[in-house]
Design a protein around this ligand. Structure first.
Ligand code: AMP
Length: 505
């Protein structure tokens, strides 16, 4: 079997070549047009001298050319390296050099950064989408015939740089087989189905991230659904687009749902929506509940990682959305929860989540270091527990755990308590070195716009809800916190923002 992920595009095209595949920038593109453009791009790059396994980097927002380039590169056996278009040239330069990319695709907004970052790399050409050079690649491709290559499942399709929320970015190597299997496992869910042919899917999540790329785009392409692409999330504009295009499913992130809770007209705008999902960062129970009140719709929450293609679990498996839970593992994946010594935890106790199955990555670029262990288990670094119903709950990242006098304090547990204060927009809890206790629990708290919150209020509230050793000893009210692309609080960057000599009080 040919495992190439571009086979999904071909198969859906053959089913309905003249149906609308993509709606972007006010234009509609049929499946036949997108499939042909991907063919042209693939053949054009081969004509240009790129060989199977070469890397093609992309510094692009969500646009139709992203889709064409991603599937075209895959079809030619090339490896896509999507990057966040908000990166600086210093950041892009590191990733280009590390990945050894031969081509960098940019858009007008990212052209300068792209050129600056590629300047010191003679082997890397910069091409702007829609430019004369882009047109030349497509025209040469049109005149050429691309021999279909048989792609084995282990062939590399995607190199996604991920730093989690701290540390130096590492390129997670995802094969065609890994990406394909994650899509197939999601397609196999039927009650309710994650996506069907008749769906109209909104993709506003960034496609340079694995969630937007494989779970939103890849899944929609495989199902043959119509894809509405938007490049920027504005709660009101998104609602207008949903209503105008009669969107039926939305892959979202917690920050989107939180913003919609405060936007009028959600219920009316979402009249055609049948399924909403959230992932990438924890969806606060309060947002789940408020969103149900304003829209009448419940959100299916999923959990995944770049390294696992990405989905590990989702409430779509049981078909029952449940506030605070990330559901059950996808059928086809195995999950274990283990203690520090690698033994099974008692039922209901938290431990590190390990995962094994076909969508797990092949380790980090270039040598596969840090991948699954000898028996195929990937140690996620996430702490989770299973409730009586068998549903998973994420507690925290293992490395974020704070040790106070030797006791484990999970920052997330404290953040949830602080988030419960009505005037709090969000909170981040971290450990800072402490002479007496080893580490001290420190909370950074952002008030809602127009509201005030004092450190005393937070301290009192925590004291009524948490054991004493878990209560923050330093509380600082701040204006904002740094975030990652999917809305996770970037804890590694907190020190840059608030100084590394402790956080003050
Ligand atoms: P990334 O590789 O950027 O997708 O980040 C993966 C990490 O995001 C996971 O290891 C989790 O720590 C976190 N994450 C993903 N989904 C969820 C979720 N639904 N709830 C809480 N954390 C999540």
């Amino acid at each position: 079997m040919n495992a190439n992920i571009a086979g999904f595009l071909r198969a859906s095209t053959q089913r309905h070549p003249d149906a609308v595949c993509i709606i972007a920038g006010g234009r509609e593109y049929t499946w036949g047009e997108i499939d042909r453009a991907a063919d042209d791009f693939a053949a054009g790059l081969v004509q240009r001298g790129l060989h199977a396994g070469d890397r093609v980097a992309m510094l692009l927002g969500n646009c139709v050319e992203f889709v064409i380039a991603y599937y075209g590169a895959a079809r030619a056996g090339l490896v896509s390296v999507p990057m966040n278009p908000a990166y600086t040239s210093a950041e892009v330069a590191v990733l280009l050099a590390d990945s050894g990319s031969r081509l960098l695709l940019v858009q007008p907004e990212t052209r300068q950064v792209g050129e600056d970052s590629a300047a010191a790399l003679p082997g890397c050409e910069v091409v702007e989408i829609g430019s004369d050079e882009w047109d030349r690649i497509m025209a040469t491709g049109q005149g050429a015939v691309l021999a279909e290559v048989m792609t084995p499942p282990e062939a590399l399709a995607l190199l996604l740089f991920t730093a989690g929320t701290s540390g130096r970015p590492k390129g997670a190597m995802l094969s065609h087989g890994a990406l394909r299997s994650n899509v197939e496992m999601l397609l196999a869910l039927t009650e309710p189905p994650a996506v069907v042919d008749e769906d109209i899917v909104l993709i506003v999540l960034p496609m340079f991230h694995v969630y937007g790329l494989n779970t939103a785009l890849g899944l929609a392409v495989a199902a043959g659904a119509t894809i509405v692409i938007s490049d920027r999330f504005d709660p009101k504009d998104a609602l207008d687009l949903i209503a105008a295009r009669r969107v039926t499913t939305i892959a979202g992130a917690p920050a989107m749902y939180q913003a919609w809770c405060a936007t009028p007209g959600v219920r009316e705008a979402m009249a055609t929506v049948r399924l909403l999902s959230s992932g990438g960062a924890p969806l606060p129970s309060r947002v789940f509940e408020q969103f149900e009140q304003v829209s009448g719709l419940r959100i299916y929450e999923g959990y995944g990682m770049t390294e696992t293609g990405p989905v590990i679990s989702t409430t779509l498996v049981s078909g029952e959305p449940k506030a605070g839970s990330v559901g059950q593992p996808l059928p086809g994946l195995e999950v274990r929860i283990l203690d520090e010594d690698g033994g099974e935890v008692d039922e209901g106790d938290p431990g590190e989540l390990w995962v094994r199955g076909p969508s797990v990555f092949a380790g980090y670029w270039p040598d596969g270091a840090g991948g699954p262990d000898g028996e195929g288990w990937f140690h996620s670094g996430d702490v989770a527990y299973r409730d009586e119903g068998g549903d998973l709950h994420l507690v925290d990242r293992r490395r974020e755990v704070i040790l106070v006098n030797g006791f484990n304090v999970y920052p997330r547990e404290i953040e949830i308590v602080i988030d419960d204060l009505p005037d709090v927009a969000e909170a981040a809890v971290v450990g800072v070195p402490d002479d007496e206790t080893g580490e001290a629990v420190t909370a950074l708290v952002v008030p809602r716009r127009g509201a005030t919150v004092t450190a005393e209020q937070v301290a009192e509230h925590c004291a009524t809800r948490l054991a004493r050793f878990k209560c923050p000893t330093v509380i600082r009210v701040v204006e904002a916190l740094p975030h990652s692309a999917t809305g996770k609080i970037a804890k590694g960057r907190l020190r840059d923002v608030y100084g590394d000599s402790g956080y003050g009080s």
